[in-house]
Design a protein around this ligand. Sequence first.
Ligand SMILES: C[S@@+](CC[C@H](N)C(=O)[O-])C[C@H]1O[C@@H](n2cnc3c(N)ncnc32)[C@H](O)[C@@H]1O
Length: 456
Amino acid sequence: MSGWGGGYVTDVTYLAQHYPEQSPHMLAAACVVSGVDPGFTGEAPGLHYLELGCGRGMNALVVAAGNPRWRVTAIDFTPAAIAEGRRTAAAAGLENITFIEADLAGFAETVEARALPEADFVSMHGVWSWVPVAVRAGIVRLLAAKLRAGGVVHVSYNVLPGLQGALGMQRLIRAAGGALAQRSDRQVLAGRQVVMDLVAAEALHLRTPVVTELLRHLEKAPVEYLAHEFMNATWAPCFQADVAEALADAKLELVASAKLPENFLGLMLAPAQIAVLERFDDPRLRELVKDICVDRALRHDVYVRGPQRLDRAVQDSLLRGMTLALTVLPGNFAYQIEMPAGRGRGAGLRAAPGRRIDDPAGPDRQQRQPGGAGRHAGRHRAGGVAALAGRGALGRRDAAERGAGAAGGAAGRAEPHHGGGERADGWRAGVPGGGVVPVGTHRRGRRRAGPGSVGA
Ligand SMILES: C[S@@+](CC[C@H](N)C(=O)[O-])C[C@H]1O[C@@H](n2cnc3c(N)ncnc32)[C@H](O)[C@@H]1O
């Protein structure tokens, strides 16, 4: 590994993937479901989407291609990744995307940063808990300087206490791999083998559920993923409250999860857990209770700089105007959702191309929702997501299913870094509620979808 990365892996470029959670339409949907104005409609031309730590740029490229009237800026400090992103953009004829090779630790203070327009959306996936503290501080200064008032930020990161039990294994992979090989992809394979050998030798620390699940996940993971996951000297899972504290310096407030089903408390926690959570008003304490109950490894948080709360009627109208698309063939869509609170089955839910997902059960079967979104379930296009989500925790949860649900939550935990990224070879991390994405947000019955509002 060369020295310029400050401890971050620089000799192997990361996977090229697109993550639904980074889509501006998904982020807007998460805001609306949580009762916050995302400040844009699907038609809005001229918006600026900024991606930090973009790697080879696949996500930024998809956003640029799907929103040709928007401007996209993608930043990474790995020259090979930036060169590949630029080459792909040129080959695809994309003129609305700019790749910048820069170190985020000091980018905010540069002339190039000052020249950038204010950003409406900023996304950073797989960056925050992997980079040194100085880089996180640089990111916060950039957000403070460049995010517009009301702008939306997506940040994913490994979470404590969920990943506390993996610290020893990561340390062993990195140290043992570093002693046995040179390049980080070879190091991580050598380090993983040492761990596997110790598992076979019944090393006690490696027999915990966290490590066992992680190892199952890692057996099939691509080597670039493993290298960036385990060979960084600066990897440090975080408590949500500490991330919130750092981002508060850029005047950011947590408003939602970019994984839509996670915004429905009834899908995340059992009633007894909700009762404990409800003792607290402090949002950070509530999130800690949630993370302790769910024991997740990765969060996809959505922050807004100066959130504007939506009036119920406006929220209703935004949800009605939201268009959803299946990302799988209807025949392959699982009308079932595994969530920490249990397994929900969408019996009776059916979708067809161009048609809405209906909820024959009607609104009286909806779960209590913080943003009131459950009220809309099944009535409208966007309501279909609420229907799938809101009904997930209903009625059918028994002890066995709660066990299965807990396993589902644990599967989320065994996904230490990605959420739903997809590769050509089919390797894919689990995504609760995967298979449906918002493709547009439109005010008051205006155009539902079209150029500038499709795709990412
Ligand atoms: C784990 S990868 C994630 C890439 C992409 N966001 C994704 O999820 O596919 C982290 C990325 O952050 C970049 N990175 C790490 N430290 C950085 C820094 N100081 N400045 C800019 N980019 C950095 C790395 O080069 C790498 O491409």
